[in-house]
Design a binder for this molecule. Structure first.
Ligand code: NAD
Length: 216
């Protein structure tokens, strides 16, 4: 078993990879932990600590070879293959995701768009055609779909997630503002940009817990 890397570290590794990919495209060959930290919005100490959790990279004093570190991070993150992704829930958000043209740049391939509304079946969605959710299991099997965007209304999210799990999807990016429960071995990431706005509202004008009046 490879060593477990904490989720917060994985989040920073993804950021380092993005920085390294940009640097490699710009022809930069070496980078110090100071500069990588600066570009990734963290410290050199954090960079060295994070990279130490996944192997031995770089030499003291001369920094990291950009191409090597980029390749190794891709390997650690499981990004050495193309992942097939479905969208479940082809309303406004599902359509917007289907229209995003750059998934392939990141080695993700959109392979299916599904909805339960018969009126949506056959509609174009970016490069895809919307299919009924009942066709999902066959698509997962035939197209090797292992991840999905879940963009259904909150009350439908658990039911739709259950369909995804039963079909063999193991990674769900959940946009619905609700917690979904999945068995061990299936991973859920929540995307919550409205929650992000609410946290910003707190940062800009919120009050400390001490001022909350619970009226009891
Ligand atoms: P929408 O109403 O436009 O579309 C939802 C679609 O899901 C519809 O086409 C509907 O037919 C389909 N659907 C319903 N039940 C289904 C099921 N069981 N299986 C498959 N498809 C099903 O909604 P929207 O505006 O696109 O929003 C989608 C979700 O994203 C909602 O849960 C919404 O709250 C959420 N949302 C999240 C954020 C965020 O920050 N993550 C922001 C906006 C909206």
């Amino acid at each position: 078993m490879p060593p477990l890397i904490p989720p917060a570290t994985v989040g920073r590794l993804v950021t380092y990879l993005r920085v390294l990919t940009d640097l490699a495209a710009a022809g930069v060959e070496r980078i110090s932990s100071d500069e990588l930290g600066e570009r990734a919005g963290t410290s050199a100490f954090q960079v060295r600590k994070d990279l130490a959790t996944c192997g031995r990279f770089g030499t003291r004093g001369s920094g990291y070879a950009v191409a090597t570190l980029e390749r190794e991070l891709r390997r650690v993150l499981g990004l050495t293959r193309v992942w097939s992704v479905a969208i479940v829930g082809m309303g406004r958000l599902g359509q917007a995701l289907a229209d995003y043209p750059n998934f392939a740049e990141y080695d993700f391939a959109l392979r299916g768009a599904f909805d339960v509304d018969p009126a949506k079946g056959g509609l174009a969605a970016g490069p895809l055609v919307v299919r009924h959710l009942s066709e999902l299991p066959a698509a997962v099997r035939d197209d090797g779909i292992s991840m999905a965007f879940l963009t259904v209304p909150a009350p439908a999210a658990q039911v739709a997630a259950d369909v995804l799990v039963a079909a063999g999807v193991r990674g769900i990016l959940n946009f619905a503002p609700t917690v979904i429960h999945v068995p061990d071995g299936v991973h859920v990431e929540g995307v919550d940009f409205l929650g992000g706005l609410q946290r910003l509202a707190f940062a800009l004008g919120g009050h400390t817990a001490a001022t909350i009046d619970l009226g009891v």
